[in-house]
Design a protein around this ligand. Structure first.
Ligand SMILES: [Zn+2]
Length: 284
């Protein structure tokens, strides 16, 4: 479809599509943790009810909660809850036109919304220059979108939701059969990559816990690396872990020595894994 386009033209078109995808990723990053929290609260209430404990009964049991997912309700101002007009949903541009505030109540809207949109656009454009314009480009863009969402959610919540890591893993395994993003990643490579990804961090986690009694990372990290292994093959796992560990240590040390951050403050490892995985995917 893009055969007639030059590389800069393809990068520009894919980059503009990245702005729109980034806008959707903002919704995913903001809402998925809230959706999980609501799920957990509902499950806790359910368990409490089964045990005859009515103290945790939800108050308004009769009214079903309004739908809340990445599609509904429409994007609204978190402060005054006014739905955002379509003309104010233009990625990056609207934030500048509105000077970073809600058009209705003037509440501040964080700079990270346009930043996520802009970063997604740049990442998409870079991917477009490194992959042939076929199914492998779509696969690489899909991985890019998942990694941005996962990195930001982990940064916010220290949690990598199964709802994102597991689909990324399954689609990676399927892609190795139908449309691998790297020529050498056949189904055998993808399965070995997923195994190597999961087990490498799993063993580091348990060794670290035996030695120090502390938990250095979470199971979400294993699943994220398993997903990256499925997409990129077993040979990519070690470089990803090394880049992520070095980058994480440097940033961690800067935090401790330059900003007086406590050694015990947990650092999310997911953003480093995601960034390292993306670099290996695009330039490895
Ligand atoms: Zn408002």
């Amino acid at each position: 479809m893009f055969a007639a386009l030059s590389l800069p033209e393809t990068a520009l078109i894919v980059g503009l599509a990245g702005l729109l995808v980034g806008s959707f990723l903002n919704v995913v990053i903001h809402r998925v943790p809230i959706m999980l929290e609501r799920d957990w609260a509902a499950q806790c209430a359910e368990i409490a009810r089964e045990h005859g404990d009515t103290a945790h009964e939800p108050v308004a049991e009769t009214a079903p909660a309004p739908a809340f997912n990445v599609i509904e309700p429409r994007s609204h101002c978190p402060q005054c809850r006014t739905p955002i007009a379509a003309r104010h949903l233009v990625p990056v541009v609207s934030w500048f036109v509105l000077r970073g505030a809600c058009a209705h109540c003037g509440a501040k809207i964080g700079a990270r919304y346009p930043l996520v949109e802009f970063a997604t656009a740049i990442a998409f454009a870079i991917v477009a220059t490194q992959f042939p314009t076929d199914a492998s480009l779509l696969g690489a863009l899909l991985v890019t979108g998942f990694l941005i969402a996962l990195a930001m959610i982990d940064f916010d919540t220290q949690y990598l939701p199964d709802q994102l890591t597991l689909p990324l893993l399954w689609v990676g395994l399927a892609a190795s059969v139908f449309a691998p993003i790297k020529e050498n990643v056949d189904p055998t490579q993808a399965i070995l990559g997923a195994l190597a990804g999961y087990l490498s961090l799993w063993s580091v986690y348990h060794a670290f816990r035996l030695l120090t009694g502390k938990e250095g990372m979470g199971y979400g990290d294993f699943k994220l690396l398993a997903a990256l292994g499925a997409w990129l093959g077993a040979a990519a796992v070690l470089p990803i872990v090394l880049i992520a560990a070095v980058a994480g240590s440097i940033v961690g040390l800067i935090g401790i020595f330059a900003f007086g951050r406590g050694r015990e403050v947990p650092i999310a490892f997911g953003p480093y894994l995601a960034a390292a995985g993306w670099l290996v995917m695009v330039f490895g």
